[in-house]
Design a protein around this ligand. Structure first.
Ligand code: NAP
Length: 283
């Protein structure tokens, strides 16, 4: 069994981004990311801080907008519009989910598709579907990057994705399909879940339930990718996979923390760099 080291792969991606950023800065272009955080959800605050730190590391300019939960839809959309029009901002990210009363989808659709570094805008989602895209969503793209880094081929493999969210499950399935995997998507209405998962050569868990995937659900020698970020009964960060009992059955497995999480941020940096290049015609 080999542990897929997301910290190591993400550091390599960020180093590449930092090197390319240095070259861009020589041309007078500093990639800029705006991060909008509404309300005071502690998990969202941690994610935003990590994104800011990554921006500093790779040499981007980043601006944070920490807005109160009482922010109105109109105020939020006005901010997005202002950022769409700012030349020093190449990427815009609004930390989701938004507090009650605010519409996630309206905000996603208001972000210019050219600055949509999360790749959540329907224009970008549609382009991913047909395989002609500028940006890929950070978490699924980060997973593909990890598979490549460990020379894990998807071609012809049985891939099972548990979860069908727009930000993880669905695009994950699409990226595996683009690389010629035979893909099954499972969700809360799936019957005989463990029968399906135990056939998977590559199993991706994106459910949001601590230690949901148990050893009996995993095929011997499978590659197991754990997207989950949960707290266990002791309040410790854990994934959707029962890591301790599953790991010995796998050929490869991602840990939580230190697996998918760091990759998500690294791809955000990669997307922002690409946005800066595209907006300045440096491709
Ligand atoms: P989500 O929108 O809540 O989606 C969860 C999916 O799991 C849904 O499709 C749901 O099915 C399915 N599901 C729930 N219970 C199930 C069950 N008993 N059997 C089979 N499927 C079941 O969550 P998400 O945004 O995709 O995130 C999933 C997890 O990944 C969360 O823990 C989140 O914190 C984490 N995450 C991590 C990163 C990272 O960078 N590491 C990034 C994003 C998300 P239905 O559609 O039928 O309801």
């Amino acid at each position: 069994m080999q542990i897929i080291d997301g910290k190591k792969v993400s550091a390599q991606v960020k180093e590449q981004v930092a090197n390319e950023t240095k070259e861009l800065i020589k041309k007078g272009i500093i990639p800029g990311l705006a991060v909008i955080l509404v309300g005071d959800d502690p998990a969202s605050r941690v994610y935003v801080n990590n994104k800011k730190k990554a921006c500093e590391l790779v040499g981007f300019h980043s601006v944070e907008y920490a807005l109160p939960a009482s922010t109105t839809q109109e105020e939020l959309l006005a901010l997005v519009e202002e950022l769409n029009n700012r030349a020093d901002i190449n990427g815009i990210l609004c930390q989701l989910p938004l507090p009650k009363g605010l519409d996630d989808n309206a905000v996603i659709e208001a972000i210019s598709p050219l600055k949509d570094v999360d790749a959540f805008h329907k224009q970008n989602v549609g382009r991913i579907m047909i395989g002609d895209y500028d940006f890929l969503p950070c978490t699924p793209a980060g997973i593909m990057e990890m598979l490549h880094a460990y020379d894990i081929s998807v071609d012809g493999k049985k891939c099972v994705v548990i979860g069908r969210s727009n930000i993880v499950g669905k695009p994950m399935a699409m990226l595996l399909l683009h690389e010629n995997g035979t893909v099954t998507i499972c969700h809360s209405h799936t019957t005989n879940l463990s029968e399906i998962t135990s056939e998977a050569d590559i199993l991706v868990a994106a459910i949001g339930k601590a230690k949901f995937v148990t050893a009996d659900m995993v095929k011997d020698g499978a590659v197991v990718i754990d997207v989950g970020m949960n707290r266990d009964e002791k309040g410790k960060l854990c994934g959707d996979v029962d890591f301790e009992n599953v790991k010995d059955k796998c050929s490869f497995i991602t840990p939580v923390p230190g697996g998918v999480g760091p990759m998500t941020i690294a791809i955000l940096m990669k997307n922002t760099l690409k946005a800066a290049k595209m907006q300045n015609n440096v491709l």
